[in-house]
Design a protein around this ligand. Sequence first.
Ligand SMILES: NC(=O)c1ccc[n+]([C@@H]2O[C@H](COP(=O)([O-])OP(=O)(O)OC[C@H]3O[C@@H](n4cnc5c(N)ncnc54)[C@H](OP(=O)(O)O)[C@@H]3O)[C@@H](O)[C@H]2O)c1
Length: 298
Amino acid sequence: MKILLTGSKGQLGREIQIAGINAGLDIISMDLPEIDITDDRKLDMIFSELKPSIVINAAAYTAVDLAEKQKNICYAVNANGPANLTQLCGKNNARLIHISTDYVFDGKNNTPYRENDPVSPVNVYGHSKAEGEKAVLEGPGQHIIIRTSWLYGRYGNNFVKTMLRLGQEKKSIGVVNDQYGCPTCAYDLAEVIIFIVKCFLEGKSNNSDIYHYCGKGVATWYEFAVSIFQIVADLGLSNVPSVMPITTSQFPTAAKRPLYTVLDCFEIKKNFGVEPKPWKQSLKKTIQQIVDSQGRNF
Ligand SMILES: NC(=O)c1ccc[n+]([C@@H]2O[C@H](COP(=O)([O-])OP(=O)(O)OC[C@H]3O[C@@H](n4cnc5c(N)ncnc54)[C@H](OP(=O)(O)O)[C@@H]3O)[C@@H](O)[C@H]2O)c1
């Protein structure tokens, strides 16, 4: 059975490749320009040639603020892309594992979002991802969607790497303290995805549904930043700035952000026995990995 990964050069895609190797799986990993999920004709040719049984879609347009200006490309990748993959998976009897986001919610809850809560995105990126989910759920075949939140890891651009860099440049940093979410280590999520792939390969699951996976524990971006710099200090690295809590209104962005996107991971625990890992433990490991690979030059 062949496994195809799209978006393999992204922060999650790269971790899926590593988790796949660690689990002894042979994954065909592709990204732009060799695969473009918006190009249905070329995708059809790739499916005909490779005949994958399982497709993991980690490809996405993830520039949340730029998306407000680049609506067409954002919808093409996040809505049409999963629609194309779903149609081809349906036609070729393959199962799709599609990755989505907490930003499909409006953030007005004050208790964790369940998998079947209604989506109501507040920005273009969230809206495009919600359209992608709809296409997967309504398309042919049996597929699953895994929503995650506040992804960070050693690869690509993310909040942890931005903080580490700003820590080198500034003595004091203001960080938003009224948005709540669950920081999620990209490698932890990658391991979960690979575990689900294995369940599919072993015929242990025929579920087609929405699941949530995020790190265990809730934080604001300010609390996330404080934890990052606490670890930096514990590791004896220089340049630990002071971190000041600020409000969303003091940090205007092109895209509106949902204020509360804590995800309840009930279904993934119930159906796959997956227990989310505490984000603070994974954060420590990730920062150590970043320091090991690039030294103190963040
Ligand atoms: N980052 C977060 O905080 C976060 C939070 C919640 C959910 N998620 C979701 O998690 C998933 C993985 O996110 P990530 O952070 O790993 O994203 P990422 O680092 O931006 O990676 C996405 C990858 O997809 C590629 N890609 C873009 N357009 C494509 C196309 N048309 N065809 C094929 N590949 C294409 C990108 O290539 P280029 O770089 O060349 O464009 C990139 O390599 C996404 O579904 C995202 O919505 C992310």
